[in-house]
Design a protein around this ligand. Structure first.
Ligand code: PRX
Length: 655
């Protein structure tokens, strides 16, 4: 953290938008004034301008029982209608919604009319399975058009989707299906990643297998897309091929209106305990802020822009900025199935050149790995169509920011560094590209309509040139409405810290510079950020101790040049295992174990076998000290340790 603070003190580069960009920009400085003048009226106007309400709302915000907010409460709308039908009815049916590119090179161009048709058929199929308002549908799919169609079909029925990232294991899938009580699972035989067909259906079968614990399974049907044509096991009662039912279903389906606060989706994210929390989002407020941010932050001109967000549908970015935001705005977007480096490292740049991508939204971890490969690879492609770049998921260091702008953005494109979370639903802090003079490394300013501050422990603003905790001080339309099935945890996690002020605590440390601009400094709790993905130390620790060889485990996030943070585990093994196995062998076995328990993203970069862990007298593991070791630093203050000698032993063992 200190290093970052030093760095920002030296950062005095500024990049104003060109006068041409400002002139053509969707968002002008007046947005700040309008929001300032009457915040709620501002949001009401955005919502009315950007969405179609079947029943117009009269209430904007109901905040009478905080922290449980209701936005546009008495209005009714259909989320899928807003993303599809209304564009077709407006005569835009021939506009391309998706330029799909599969990893093997197969392509599909899907217009708004075609996507609407597919979603209507799928909605009819799901209705046939008994899915209706409020039912939960789990989605476990690769980045293929059917994934986007699935989200929209579920939304169309007023049902609730729970997307589980395709990289998660059968166990992770199972616990999410159980927690949400999903009635239907939509999956595929597999998907393409790094040139290989990875299996998904197998994991679904395993997740739904009878575990003999008397637990009643809620899943009645599994709808399967054929993507890779690999062999799959089949349960004739339960499993249905997509291609056997969707094309045959009726293409007539009228979108019904649902109340604004009808739940739209649950998305699980890591917290400070071992159990992932199901973040709940609802309809009208979420879609308002998704559309508003997508239009203004990305300066979307839907008639001419080709937009590409590289996030997977399994993360919130894939929900808000690869599905709901762009489709609500009638954008044309690229959807790519695979990894950036297949079949060779220039794949993403080829895609930008091929489709003439104008707006490109990605993560710092990707930018840093491209930096490592060198600028020659992107420079061999024509990237001149790009006019705006965006970054999300973790702090982007000024070097990566500069490289992104110079090499990918030809030294001219504005970069918007967008801060937000699964919980916030949509972007909260970002430059407006035609207005803000950008600074490499800083997310800068809250969007018009959003109230953010950096405060000390008492909730007092720290002012300029000081650090503290990031809070949201007023409710916002796309805020989470709760944690699925656990209202107490919702209050405890986000609202207790500053209960007397009514602030939402984001869990991030931040700093305001002399100009008042905000710099994000990473999490202040036990949540790691690996390649822009949140992982909890507790979740990985519980996976590690579930292995028969482990006696105790502590996990920390250590700085990593490419992934931002990396998972580093310190493990005490059971004596009996050390007699029969080598430490190296067990360390490797534990890495693989975590990969199968949670998913490959959670696999530790390093597993250190140690004899003891540093603990306070009350038995709390001092992760701060382990982080020092993992990052190769001098170990900090050890006075509060029960046994002050333990750190030198650990340091020796690790080196
Ligand atoms: O620590 C912040 C970091 O990612 C966390 C949210 O993670 P998740 O819910 O998975 O959503 C990621 C995509 C929105 C935040 O608490 N984070 C996100 N964006 C930024 C960021 N840190 C710094 N700068 C950002 N632009």
């Amino acid at each position: 953290m200190n290093q970052q603070i030093d760095h920002l003190l030296n950062e005095d580069r500024r990049f104003a938008p060109s006068s041409q960009f400002s002139q053509d920009a969707v968002a002008g400085p007046e947005l700040y004034d309008e929001a300032q003048a009457d915040r709620l009226e501002f949001w009401a106007k955005q919502s009315r301008d950007l969405l179609h309400w079947h029943t117009p709302f009269t209430n904007v915000l109901d905040w009478t029982s905080p922290p449980f907010a209701k936005w546009f409460d008495d209005g009714e709308l259909n989320v899928a209608y807003n993303c599809l039908d209304r564009h077709v009815e407006a005569g835009l049916g021939d506009r391309v919604a998706l330029h799909f590119e599969g990893e093997p090179g197969d392509t599909r161009t899907i217009t708004y009319a075609e996507l609407t048709d597919e979603v209507k058929r799928l909605a009819n199929v799901l209705e046939g399975f008994g899915v209706g308002r409020g039912d939960r549908v789990a989605i476990y799919l690769p980045m293929i058009p059917e994934a986007i169609a699935s989200l929209l079909a579920v939304a169309r029925l007023g049902a609730v989707h729970s997307v589980v990232f395709g990289g998660f294991s059968a166990d992770s899938l199972r616990s999410r299906i159980d927690d949400a009580g999903a009635k239907v699972v939509i999956t595929a035989d597999g998907g393409y990643r790094k040139g290989k067909a990875s299996a998904l259906k197998v994991n679904v079968d395993q997740a739904l297998a009878d575990r003999g614990d008397g637990e009643q399974l809620t899943v009645e049907k599994v709808l399967v897309v054929r993507r890779t044509e690999q062999e799959v096991d089949w349960d004739g009662e339960r499993d249905v091929w997509w291609h056997d039912v969707v094309p045959q279903a009726s293409g007539e389906h009228e979108a019904q209106a649902f109340p604004s606060e009808n739940p739209l989706f649950i998305l699980y994210t890591s917290g400070t305990t071992g159990k992932p929390k199901g973040i709940l989002h609802t309809s009208g407020g979420y879609l308002t802020q998704a559309a508003y941010t997508h239009r203004n932050v990305f300066d979307l001109h839907p008639e001419t822009d080709v937009y590409w967000c590289t996030a997977d549908i399994g993360w919130v970015t894939g929900h808000t900025y690869a599905t709901y935001g762009p489709l609500a705005n009638g954008a044309t977007q690229v959807l790519y199935e695979g990894t950036p480096e297949f079949p060779e490292p220039g794949r993403w740049w080829d895609i930008i050149e091929k489709y003439g991508v104008t707006i490109f939204y990605t993560a710092p971890t990707a930018v840093r790995s491209f930096m490592k490969q060198g600028r020659d690879i992107p420079l061999q492609r024509d990237l001149s169509s790009l006019r705006l770049l965006g970054s999300v998921g973790e702090p982007i260091n000024p070097e990566a920011w500069m490289w992104f702008r110079e090499v990918i953005g030809s030294g001219i494109t504005p970069i918007v560094d967008t801060w937000w979370q699964t919980e916030t639903g949509a972007i909260m802090i970002s430059a407006l590209p035609g207005v803000t003079e950008t600074k490499p490394g800083s997310a800068q300013v809250p969007l018009p309509g959003i109230s953010i501050d950096v405060v000390d422990e008492k909730g007092e603003p720290v002012g300029n040139d000081a650090g503290g905790m990031l809070v949201v001080t007023e409710p916002w339309p796309s805020m989470l409405r709760g944690i699925w099935g656990d209202p107490d945890r919702f209050v405890e996690t986000y609202w207790k810290m500053f209960a007397d002020k009514g602030f939402y605590f984001a869990g991030d440390g931040a700093r305001r510079d002399e100009d008042g601009d905000i710099w994000l400094l990473g999490r202040v709790d036990d949540v790691m950020n690996v390649s822009g993905h949140r992982l909890s130390t507790a979740e990985i620790e519980s996976a590690l101790v579930a292995h028969e060889a482990t006696a105790e485990a502590a996990v920390v996030g250590a700085n990593d040049e490419t992934t931002g943070q990396a998972v580093v585990a310190f493990v005490i093994l059971k004596e009996s295992f050390l007699k029969t196995h080598t430490a190296e062998g067990l360390a490797e076995a534990l890495r693989q174990w975590v990969g199968t328990q949670i998913g490959p993203i959670a696999r530790p970069r390093d597993v250190y076998i140690v004899g003891e862990l540093p603990k306070t007298r009350s038995g709390k593991i001092m992760r701060r000290l382990l982080r020092d070791v993992a990052e190769g630093r001098e170990v900090g203050d050890t006075q509060t340790l029960a046994d002050t000698a333990v750190m030198s032993v650990i340091t020796k063992q690790v080196r």
